[in-house]
Design a protein around this ligand. Structure first.
Ligand SMILES: Nc1ncnc2c1ncn2[C@@H]1O[C@H](COP(=O)(O)OP(=O)(O)OP(=O)(O)O)[C@@H](O)[C@H]1O
Length: 823
């Protein structure tokens, strides 16, 4: 015995000792010790998290019940503690479930629902209760009045951490002036050091929930966010998981829970977007992986010395000459009629021939006869070592090379022409040997191979070729050959296992999951998601930020882990936004602002990884957050947002999601880029115009002095030099009235659509047909919408009393490209 073993022996008994102290830990006890995981790591943060949990729930519940949310949040000092009150006008909670909602962790209505909601795990509010009882020792005080109930129910309770069950101290009926809703009162240790995060959370919640009325009263400040719309977000519907991205374990669980018996039924019943046809495609993909495809070989051509009929005749005993001949002929014709034939197709030909001939000749063709025929024909097709005409072995290499010849041709077509003929032939031989090698087991007798097996064979044959023929047979060539052969091979018609056979068969289920992923399936329905939508993102940004530019993008739905998701992005730029330092990144998940863990969030990572200089932002070193007066917002909406932890502060680095976040941001950023480009060129234009504006009048004066003529019109000159659109009014007297002409001269190189409005202090005496005239408070608004092509001119005319005053307003052309001369 080694000393190590003897040490082990001495220690016997430790395991038993340890076993005595091992015990199950209640989930509540676990979170009591790991409060940080739920976002309750400090007094400052605890308060924000508790507000967030209660407000998220209130929004979820009200929206689900079709009620416009009206939420009141109050934080007040209460001796050594803070008291938090959150009241909503939601549907309320029944007397039966209320204690569990607040007094039991992992109890909720959303965990199993594939529908976008803020709440996911059923932990949030009970964790807030747990935090409050741990820090203040006080129970949670809950009042709730369900819709339609005459009274409200009042509970005082805590979470029993041993049993993770509510411990109720007060349970009574009470009256409440709200017709329905829920009121939560929690006392907890805390402080207001995270005031700005609290404000951000409430403010940003208001931005992305314009249908909600929110009020926050805290010791120092009081905010009210009125509803901006009476439109509730699009109602969401629960959906089944999408086949793309569901994990193996989930599918195994679903297989054991389903009522369906067949694989096709299971796929159609349990997944979204799977009908009969899609289920069949998935099953075909499954077959290719699970059973492999069968190689289809060419039937013998006329010049080949393979006599299928003779082989069958020889292998068929006791059927009478006529029946045997008919049987042999029908099979030979069946084979000859195909371009290529696989084992199961040949089996089908033999079966049909046997049935027909049996009928016609009044005899029977039993299994053995059929099997013999199948075997000899198959061997004749693939194994030319036996000459079928006389039954003797053929030594001649040429005669042995049916598979080689076939594979040679396939390889030759699939690889570059630079490869030597000899080499390809040698490769064909090696690959053929791989097919022949496999005679050992039944699957391979039928030349069934999965794509992976086929690639292995190709690799092996290629390696040998490289080794012996001293040539390269690279990855592309190998892949092309594999693909060409795989394309020729045919999916086998074997019935897939039944659900009960799948059950517990990890390998078969894994093939099914791979099949699901490989099948083209329509994107999941988005009725389970409620994106904010592009317009509302811009509107939300405009409401909160006074910027010069806003853009937004909403992507199409994608799938992660069987759950659909939609990513949206918005950018606000310029105006009053802080120009110093890096841009602000606002993150949202299911309409909830994420205020903590910015650095651990996939959203931030993606923003940092984008080359912002391409989009016109200052990006020192080309990495990290860009600088400048901008806000970038990203919203991830999903039936199951992959958060980095239960505290739901940051989105995990899931590649599919990161891709979409990037695409959404880039979409919004592209608009920013063209805005900034335009702004830059406008700035240059403005500078040039300013210079011209200074120089030209001086030149004009000089020229007039020198020539003795009147000073030329500066506006006209500037407009022409700058390629501007020039809008000029001229007035000519016409008795007691004036004829007013507004001329539009388009010196730019694009067509322009303008909106020209003349505001006149007297009623025009003649009004052109093309103008729209409105009178308001003694002023006449004449509006034209002319389109003027590049280099063209348009004139708008009207007549008015000679004492009228006018004012010209032109829209539709950037200020920098426009010169208005209305003297
Ligand atoms: N104000 C409320 N009005 C109506 N029902 C509510 C309210 N608050 C909570 N509920 C119900 O209680 C359940 C549990 O809430 P809880 O906050 O613990 O978890 P959740 O919101 O489902 O998920 P998460 O842990 O992700 O927040 C909710 O799923 C909901 O059904």
């Amino acid at each position: 015995m080694t000393s190590f073993q003897s040490t082990l022996e001495d220690e016997e008994g430790i395991a038993e000792e340890l076993a005595e102290s091992q015990q199950a830990i209640s989930i509540a006890e676990f979170f009591e010790k790991n409060k940080h995981m739920l976002g309750f790591d400090s007094g400052a943060r605890g308060l924000v998290t508790a507000v967030k949990e209660a407000v998220d729930n209130a929004l979820d519940a009200a929206e689900e019940a079709g009620i416009l949310p009206d939420i009141y949040v109050e934080i007040e000092e209460a001796g050594d503690y803070y008291r938090l009150i959150v009241e909503d006008n939601g549907p309320g909670i029944t007397k039966e479930s209320l204690p569990k909602v607040f007094g039991k962790l992992l109890y909720g209505s959303r965990f199993h629902a594939r529908e976008q909601s803020r709440g996911q795990q059923g932990i949030g509010i009970s964790a807030a209760v747990l935090y409050s009882q741990l820090t203040s020792g006080k129970p949670a005080k809950i009042t709730s009045r369900p819709q339609g109930a005459s009274d409200a129910q009042y509970f005082e309770l805590i979470v029993d951490t041993d049993s993770n069950e509510p411990e109720i101290s007060v349970d009574e009926t009470t009256s409440w002036d709200r017709p329905h809703g829920t009121r939560i009162e929690l006392e907890m240790e805390g402080n207001m050091r995270a005031r700005s995060q609290l404000h951000d959370y409430i403010k940003h919640t208001a931005v992305v929930n314009p249908h909600a009325r929110l009020e926050l009263r805290e010791p120092q400040e009081h905010f009210k966010f009125e509803r901006a719309t009476d439109q509730l977000p699009e109602e969401t519907e629960e959906i089944r998981p999408h086949p793309h991205g569901v994990e193996l374990g989930t599918v195994m669980k679903m297989l054991s829970a389903t009522d369906s018996q067949t694989a096709s039924g299971f796929l159609q019943e349990e997944f979204t977007r799977v009908g009969k046809k899609t289920a069949e495609s998935v099953i075909d993909e499954f077959r290719d992986r699970h059973y492999g495809r069968e190689m289809r070989w060419r039937p013998p051509a006329g010049h080949e010395s393979i006599d299928i009929e003779a082989a069958i005749t020889e292998a068929t005993a006791n059927k009478g000459a006529d029946a045997t001949a008919a049987f042999a002929e029908q099979i030979a014709t069946g084979v000859g009629d195909t371009d290529r034939i696989a084992h199961h197709e040949l089996h089908e030909v033999v079966e049909t021939a046997a049935d027909t001939v049996a009928d016609e000749h009044g005899t029977t063709f039993g299994d053995t006869v059929r099997e013999n025929a199948l075997e000899v024909v198959w061997n004749a097709l693939i194994d030319a070592r036996e000459d079928d005409s006389d039954g003797e072995d053929i030594e001649d290499d040429d005669a042995q090379s049916r598979l080689v010849a076939d594979l040679y041709e396939l390889t030759d077509d699939a690889t570059s022409t630079r490869k030597d003929d000899e080499v390809i032939h040698a490769f064909g031989e090696r690959l053929a040997a791989k097919f022949e090698d496999e005679h050992a087991d039944r699957e391979n007798v039928r030349h069934r191979l999965s794509r992976r097996d086929l690639r292995d064979h190709v690799d092996r044959a290629a390696e040998l070729t490289e080794e012996y023929d001293d040539v390269t047979f690279g990855d592309t060539a190998r892949e092309n050959v594999t693909e060409a052969i795989w394309d020729l091979m045919v999916t086998v018609p074997d019935d897939p296992p039944l659900v009960r056979e799948f059950n517990g068969d990890r390998d078969a289920t894994s093939d099914l999951v791979e099949g699901m992923r490989a099948t083209d399936i329509m994107a999941p329905p988005t009725r389970c998601l409620a994106p904010i939508t592009e317009d509302l993102i811009s509107a939300g940004l405009e409401k909160e930020f006074d910027a010069d530019f806003y853009s937004s993008a909403t992507r199409d739905a994608e799938v992660h882990g069987g759950d659909p998701f939609i990513v949206e992005a918005g950018i606000a730029y310029g105006g009053d936004l802080e120009a110093e330092g890096s841009v602000d990144v606002m993150r949202f998940a299911n309409r909830v602002p994420l205020v903590y863990q910015r650095g651990a969030c996939a959203t931030t990572d993606v923003v940092k990884a984008i080359g912002w200089r391409n989009y016109g932002l200052d990006h020192p070193g080309g990495s990290g957050l860009p600088n400048g007066p901008a806000v970038i917002m990203v919203h991830v909406a999903s039936t199951n947002v992959p958060f980095t932890s239960e505290s739901k502060d940051a989105v995990a680095n899931v590649p599919e999601m990161e891709d979409e976040i990037e695409l959404a941001i880039r979409e919004a950023a592209r608009e920013l880029k063209s805005y900034l480009n335009k702004r830059r060129s406008m700035e240059q234009r403005r500078k040039k115009q300013n210079v011209l504006g200074k120089i030209l009048p001086e030149m004009a004066t000089k020229v007039a002095e020198v020539t003795g003529r009147n000073e030329p019109d500066i506006d006209d000159a500037i407009a022409r030099i700058m390629n501007n659109v020039l809008v000029e009014r001229s007035v000519s007297e016409n008795g007691t009235s004036n004829t007013v002409s507004v001329t539009i001269e388009n010196n730019s190189n694009t067509s322009e659509s303008l909106e020209v409005t003349e505001i006149v202090t007297a009623e025009p005496t003649t009004i052109p047909d093309d103008a729209n005239v409105v009178e308001m408070d003694g002023e006449w608004f004449l509006k034209w919408e002319p389109d003027v092509s590049s280099g063209e001119e348009a004139t708008l005319e009207y007549e008015v009393a000679d004492d009228a005053a006018f004012d010209l307003d032109v829209k539709g052309v950037e200020a920098e490209k426009l010169t208005v001369s209305d003297q």
